[in-house]
Design a binder for this molecule. Structure first.
Ligand SMILES: Nc1ncnc2c1ncn2[C@@H]1O[C@H](COP(=O)(O)OP(=O)(O)O)[C@@H](O)[C@H]1O
Ligand SMILES: [Mg+2]
Length: 255
């Protein structure tokens, strides 16, 4: 974490700078954080409405919290910037700057300026990326070895940059001590992998590579159960998604 900070938006926003951040960007972004403008007005395109934007070679993410217990903690953007270093060599988007509203002014809202990952969310590119398929088991084993538990683990939070995996949403990492039943969590993660990707041969190979690296003594039949459960969960999620989509389409567009 950078030691020095500075003030923006008439001392309403505190900024922390990491190496080579584009300083000209910070005051306009601080104006967005205090609600005086929207990132779209700076030419940013939303990757997720109201929350994540692309701006040139940077991605901006805004974190808002209304929870009281968060008032006692560092802002989410600051925690993510610290976590970035802590989980290396596991890759996540490189932080460039953090902007935060001091807690005294209300909800601990913050904003992270990070490098845009030159790559694809693996969920949508799995079948086109044999190198990513081969690297998945070892990547999962590395997370396991480092006791990194992602509280929002799914294949939409994992990007592939052509050389390795990049983990998104690391604000959802949970401290190892808070995970009471890690084996259940590992199982649930693999169910989620199957529900996102299907249970094709590369997924199964990754599972076995992970299992042998972790030395967990899971029964041989575990994969079959995980695959079935994952397929069921995936079908259910797709069904719910289709129902939601149909519900928001005007009646005239249905038929
Ligand atoms: N650093 C980044 N580089 C490229 N794309 C990103 C980056 N961060 C987020 N994205 C894209 O924006 C989407 C939403 O970002 P994410 O951080 O996962 O937000 P959320 O917490 O809402 O899930 C991701 O699925 C990904 O497509
Ligand atoms: Mg996400």
């Amino acid at each position: 974490m950078s030691a020095s900070h500075f003030w923006l938006a008439d001392r309403r926003v505190r900024g922390h700078l990491f190496e080579q951040a584009d300083e000209a960007l910070l005051e306009p972004l601080a104006q967005c954080l205090v609600g005086a403008s929207q990132p779209e007005e700076l030419g940013a395109t939303a990757l997720k409405a109201g929350r994540v934007w692309r701006l040139g070679d940077k991605v901006i993410k805004r974190y808002a919290s209304t929870r009281w217990r968060d008032r006692a903690r560092a802002s989410t953007a600051v925690r993510v910037a610290r976590l970035y270093r802590r989980i290396l060599p596991i890759q996540s988007p490189r932080p460039r700057a953090v902007l935060e509203l001091p807690r005294a002014l209300g909800a601990p809202n913050s904003m992270l300026v990070m490098d845009r990952v030159e790559g694809e969310v693996i969920k949508f590119h799995w079948s086109a990326e044999p190198a990513a398929q081969a690297a998945f088991g070892p990547f999962m084993a590395e997370l396991h070895r480092r006791k990194l538990f992602h509280g929002d683990f799914h294949m939409g939070n994992l990007m592939w940059d052509g050389a390795g995996y990049v983990l998104l949403d690391i604000e959802s990492l949970r401290p190892a001590w808070s995970v009471l039943q890690p084996q259940r969590l590992y199982r649930r993660q693999w169910v989620r992998v199957v529900s996102d990707l299907g249970h094709d041969a590369p997924v199964e190979a990754a599972y076995h590579a992970w299992l042998s690296a972790t030395k967990l003594a899971w029964p041989a039949g575990a994969w079959g159960e995980i695959a079935r459960e994952g397929e069921r969960a995936g079908a259910e999620r797709r069904r719910r998604h289709a129902a939601r989509t149909a519900a928001i389409l005007p009646a005239s567009e249905e038929s």
